[in-house]
Design a protein around this ligand. Structure first.
Ligand SMILES: Cc1cc2nc3c(=O)[nH]c(=O)nc-3n(C[C@H](O)[C@H](O)[C@H](O)COP(=O)(O)OP(=O)(O)OC[C@H]3O[C@@H](n4cnc5c(N)ncnc54)[C@H](O)[C@@H]3O)c2cc1C
Length: 389
């Protein structure tokens, strides 16, 4: 129950009915469809595309998309809940779900025209099509505004040349939103977003990355070689692409914060269980203060990360700016995911270093959270700019 006086704000920490329903549904789905296969996918780096079609049937591929475009019509609290539940089981599935929903689909939802929304959102929301989003290039990651991939105007067409790398679903994606240079280097209004379908002449997938973690989430290069795109595929107006991207990333960072929370919870819960089962010196290892204090710190950090993440989601739902709050949530949750996963391996001891237990996978997967959608250093740059202005 919340108590409200003149100077206090009511805060309800209870999950909503929808959040509970989503948690139960996703947990059940994960147990049946992900858990039995995830180590196989991890070993072989297989992107399980059929799984995403099934996730589409459950409404998980268009969580933020309104009903009129075939989506689930939920807000950020439900979205965060779904990502946490999936990532508790397998972070790589959480990452792919986040990239599809927050980046490609959400870019179209936020900035595309009605015709483009009608054409692409139902396919993306149903999981029939997988979405990719390309901002990063081989030489420009954190400094994305310095991108070199160009689109040269030629009548009603643009001709694209260059490459994007580290793109989630770079090979399997049916459609990609890409941000390319249409103006001068150094001009934040010199970049434009286009929707490009797989099979377009001059557009192909390049190298697929061999990764430390998140191995079932496909990461690959997008290559453009005299790729002609009709101007009707432009999102918004020429020159708006980079500013659109920053807004897309504001929301995307909340989903990476949720990904970090999910991985941390998974690592913590498995370590907690193991600590009660594993005996040394004739007692469960949880009875040693050295282990129980680790668990106490892990649990406390996870709670703090959850609060930051849901607070950012709540602000986003209310249409308020989340540039600072999303960056804070992403920074903290990502670092917590790495710390908790590290302690998880430690609690499992030698077994934590083997593939017989999930601890090592959480440890490998967690690290992506401090890198993707802006490194921890870049989050600190965003936060410090906001608090020093
Ligand atoms: C698995 C995976 C999936 C990805 N998916 C996508 C995707 O779908 N779409 C997409 O566009 N991109 C994607 N990325 C790219 C990702 O967003 C970039 O890797 C990230 O932004 C960092 O860029 P970089 O790798 O070029 O590192 P760099 O920018 O080269 O950074 C190297 C180091 O320098 C630090 N650094 C850089 N600038 C500063 C600064 N000003 N101050 C302090 N430190 C600084 C960084 O923090 C980092 O520690 C993905 C990456 C991975 C690994």
């Amino acid at each position: 129950m919340s108590v409200v006086s003149q100077n206090t704000v009511a805060i309800d920490f209870e999950p909503t009915e929808n959040q509970r329903m989503i948690s139960d549904m996703v947990r059940d789905f994960g147990k049946r469809e992900i858990k039995p296969h995830m180590m196989e996918w991890d070993e072989s780096q297989e992107f399980p595309i059929q799984l995403f079609r099934k996730m589409g049937e459950l409404g998980l591929m268009g969580i933020l998309v309104p009903h009129e475009y075939g989506g689930s019509g939920f807000g950020y609290l439900e979205y965060i809940t779904a990502i946490i539940e999936i990532s508790k089981i397998d972070g790589s599935i959480g990452l792919s779900m986040a990239a599809h929903n927050s980046l490609c689909t959400n870019h179209i939802l936020q900035f595309a025209n009605e015709e483009q929304k009608q054409k692409y959102l139902p396919k993306l929301a149903s999981g029939e099509w997988i979405g990719a989003w390309g901002l990063t290039e081989p030489n420009t990651g954190s400094d994305a505004g310095n991108m070199k991939t160009v689109a040269r105007r030629d009548g009603d067409y643009y001709v694209l040349n260059g490459a994007k790398n580290f793109i989630t679903h770079g090979k399997s994606g049916n459609v990609a939103v890409v941000i390319v240079r249409t103006g001068e280097v150094g001009d934040s209004h010199g970049m434009t977003a286009f929707i490009i379908e797989k099979g377009t002449a001059g557009f192909s997938a390049g190298k697929k990355e061999n990764k430390l973690g998140m191995r079932a989430s496909e990461t690959a290069e997008l290559v453009f070689h005299d790729c002609r795109i009709h101007k009707s595929q432009m999102i918004g107006r020429e020159g708006e692409g980079f500013v659109q991207s920053l807004k897309v990333l504001d929301g995307g960072r909340i989903s990476i914060a949720a990904l970090g929370v999910g991985i941390a919870v998974g690592a913590y819960e498995s370590a907690l269980k193991y600590s009660k089962e594993r005996h040394q010196f004739n007692q469960p290892i949880s009875s040693f203060q050295g282990i129980s204090f680790k668990l106490a710190e892990m649990a406390t950090k996870i709670e703090a990360a959850k609060l930051l993440t849901f607070r950012a989601g709540d602000l986003k739902n209310k249409g308020q700016s989340v540039t600072k709050e999303g960056a804070m949530a992403k920074l903290y949750s990502s670092e917590v995911a790495v710390e908790v996963a590290n302690e998880g391996v430690q609690i499992f001891g030698g077994y934590g270093y083997t593939k017989d237990f999930p601890a090592e996978k959480y440890y490998r997967d967690a690290k992506l959270c401090t890198i993707g959608e802006g490194t921890s250093e870049i989050q600190k740059l965003v936060i410090s700019r906001a608090i020093l202005k």
